[in-house]
Design a protein around this ligand. Structure first.
Ligand code: MN
Length: 229
């Protein structure tokens, strides 16, 4: 028995200071995981706690690669985020054990067709058209915990054309990294190859054709993505 066509290589992310790659199984994302961002989206973080959605693994874009302005939107937004790369699977993982399941961290940008996302939200429909579109998940190389340690605090920010748009501290996460891993593992069995975009701070906004986005997280370096002309 053989496949009737070739899907090509599995999506993968570079590993910092290595020729190896991290093959990707799934991309999970956390929504509204910083209080100030929940408020700018018109939600009360006390009444509306964080939640999960997904993107397809083949929506990943490597650092430095341009993204096209996507179709069917007039409000294309950046969302700078810390990304967790799972190295050891499990279900019902305890918060105390959660860091042991992490292979490394990266800088990610949860690109969003905001007009489609908000229309779906208002109609009680799924978010896929607003969030899970082609080339919607730029990411840097993964920085392994073995070399670089865990990311528990420090600056997270993004500039557009050199101007700061979002700036916060990883400590401001509502669900911190171990809590995200523990919570997600009660809903899905986590596996090596699972990435988790952990949510974005306040200051999301639109980008246009030609704009240059430079995302930064202390200890992880810079994610550079241009919207192609
Ligand atoms: Mn996001």
């Amino acid at each position: 028995m053989s496949a009737i066509f070739d899907l090509g290589e599995r999506p993968a992310v570079a590993i910092h200071n290595s020729d190896d790659v991290y093959p990707v199984r799934r991309i999970y994302c956390v929504g509204r995981n910083y209080e100030a961002h929940a408020r700018e989206m018109g939600k009360d973080p006390q009444r509306d706690p964080p939640f999960f959605f997904t993107k397809p693994a083949d929506s990943l874009v490597a650092n430095g690669v341009d993204v096209p302005y996507p179709p069917r939107t007039e409000n294309f937004h950046h969302e700078i985020e810390l990304v967790i790369a799972i190295g050891k699977g499990g279900r019902d993982i305890n918060v105390e054990d959660a860091e042991d399941h992490i292979y490394g961290y990266a800088v990610g940008n949860d690109l969003t067709r905001r007009d489609l996302q908000l229309a779906a939200r208002e109609q009680g429909r799924p978010w896929d058209t607003g969030k899970a579109f082609d080339l919607s998940a730029p990411i840097t190389a993964i920085y392994p915990v073995a070399d670089n340690g865990h990311i528990r605090e420090g600056e997270i920010s993004i500039k557009v054309n050199g101007e700061i748009r979002q700036q916060a501290d990883i400590k401001d996460l509502i669900w911190n990294v171990p809590e995200i891993v523990a919570e997600l593992s009660t809903l899905f069995e986590l596996q090596p190859g699972d990435l988790i975009y952990t949510g974005t701070p306040a200051g999301v906004g639109a980008v246009e054709r030609g704009d240059l986005m430079e995302g930064y997280i202390a200890g992880l370096g810079t994610l550079t993505t241009r919207v192609s002309e």
